[in-house]
Write a new protein. Sequence first.
Length: 191
Amino acid sequence: MHPTGINDILFIRSHLVRHHRFGNIPSHRQQPGKFFMKSLKLLILFIPLAIASCATIAPKWDPPHVSLAGLEIKELGLFEQRFVLRLRMQNPNNATLPISGMNYKLFINDQLFARGVSNQSLKIQPFEEVTVDVESTSTLSSLLEQLGGLGKQSGPQFKYRLEGNVGVLNSSIKIPFQHIGELGLPHRGET
């Protein structure tokens, strides 16, 4: 028999009970469930802060100025016509605008004339202007409506509206744009 061994065990046991009563043992060793809950609460508080900080890092883009600089016939078919639209794009932002593609609609005299999409990517430097050629499609009915409107037109000017979205490269951000302008027909004798 080893009375000193038992005394040592009893001393250690009484020491642990005394410290446990007064909270000297770290709480994560006392009750693992409480430590987990405290950690979970901190994590729940941290997630919204992290999301909010990411939202402030992403730049807010002003919409690019997109106008029609030219229109050419590419292909005339019975049911569908294809056009090349020359778009003038201006970046009003003080950062480079990385475009991954765009979709667009061209309205003439408030009637849909053509629409298209482009996956052409480009980077427009701050306060820079570029021209881009994109394809669009029109249907026979759209073309006939526009030709029928020629007789009702009082002058050689047509109102047009160009609207759509540009996608920002490597993000899901789409920036809408809209431009209203006039198209002029050449006067007789002009080419």
